[in-house]
Design a protein around this ligand. Sequence first.
Ligand code: NAD
Ligand code: DAO
Ligand code: ZN
Length: 370
Amino acid sequence: MQTRAALAVGAGKPLEVTTVNLEGPKAFEVLVEIKATGVCHTDEFTLSGADPEGLFPAILGHEGAGVVVEVGPGVTSLKPGDHVIPLYTPECRQCEYCLNPKTNLCQSIRSTQGQGLMPDGTPRFSTLDGDPILHYMGTSTFSNFTVVPEIALAKIREDAPFDKVCYIGCGVTTGIGAVINTAKVEIGSKAIVFGLGGIGLNVLQGLRLAGADMIVGVDLNPSKVPMAERFGMTHFVNPAEVEGDLVAYLVNLTKGGADYTFDATGNVKVMRTALECAHKGWGESIIIGVAPAGAEISTRPFQLVTGRSWRGTAFGGARGRTDVPKIVDWYMDGKIEIDPMITHTMPLDDINKAFDLMHAGESIRSVVIY
Ligand code: NAD
Ligand code: DAO
Ligand code: ZN
C-alpha cells in the first residue's frame, strides 16, 4: 500500500511530507492506522543530528495511538479494529528481561529496532522509487499507516480519544511511571522535580497521585509555574534567584533533604544537584533526562556512602502492554490529566511547525492529528 508520511531525509533538515510505500505485516507484525501522534524532544534530538545512533532516511515518531488494520500470520493478541498505542519499549513476556521483575527493558527485538529494521532484519517502508526507508524506535508514528511488532502494541479501550492518549505512548508514562514504578514513592513523601517540561509535569502529577506531601519544582523558566501548580507542585525554586549553594537551599527547604528527587532536564550538572539534595541516609535520585552524547555524571562517592542512591528509568519502568492500558483508564477515570499539556494540534502537512514551537519553548506537547 501507499501512505502519507513525514520523511526525515537527513540530520538538521526539515521533515518532508510525502507518499511512501508500505509493505503489509509479516509474521507477528501488525498494520496500524495512526490516528494521532505527539512530537517529542527525542524526535527532535534525532532529527537535529545530535543523536549518535540516529539513522536516515527514516520515519520518526514514537508517541502515537491508532487502530489495527491488519494482522500478520501468528498474531494472536490483536485483531483488526482494536485500538492500540505503539511501544518503543516492547513487552514480549518471554525474554530474560521480561521474566525479571526488576526491569522493563525487553530485549527480544532490541538489536533490529536499534538498526531501524523490523525483527526479520528488513524495513517495511520504501520510497516510491523503491529505496528503503528505516523505522524509528520500532514505531514510526509520523506515518499515517505503520507496521509494528505485535509485542510492541498495547491494546487500549475504544472510548479513549486518540489525540490525548497518544501522549501516554511516551511523556505521560515516563513521568508518572518514574514515580510509581521506579521510585515507588510513599504517601507523605517530600520530592523535588528538576525540569518542569513535558516530562517533569507528569512527574508532578505522579507525585500527587502517590500522595506526596511536599512537591518542589525547580526550573530556570518561571513561565512554567502556573501549569506546574496545576499538576501538583507545592513549592517553586528558580535556581537563578537562589543566592549561594542550590543544594544547601533545597536541603534547608525540605528540612534535611528530599525523600525522592527526579531529573527531567537531561543536564548532568542538574543530575548532581538532584542527587546531593536527596536526604542523607535514604534519599533516592532518579535520572529521567537523556544527556547529550558523551556527557558524564559525577559526585563525591561519600554522597552514596552516606545513604543516597542514584537510579535511572526508561519509559517510567513501565511494561507497556500491561501498564499502558491501566494509565489510559486512569486518564478516562479522571485520576490524571492530559488535555492541558497538549498545547497545540496540527495536520501532518504542518508537522515542522511542531518542531518550531518546541524550539521556541512555546509548546508542552504538539499533537499531529491524521
Ligand atoms: P522540556 O524541554 O519540555 O523540559 C525541560 C525543562 O527543564 C524546561 O522547562 C527547562 O526550562 C528546564 N531546565 C533546563 N535546564 C535547567 C536547569 N539547569 N535547571 C532547571 N531547569 C532546567 O523536555 P521534556 O520533554 O520534559 O524532557 C525532559 C528530558 O527527559 C529530556 O532529556 C528527554 O530526552 C528525557 N526523556 C527521557 C525519557 C526516559 O524514558 N528516560 C523519555 C522521554 C524523555
Ligand atoms: O534496552 O538498551 C535498551 C534501550 C532502551 C531504550 C530506552 C530509551 C529511553 C530513553 C529514550 C527517550 C525516549 C523517548
Ligand atoms: Zn521481553
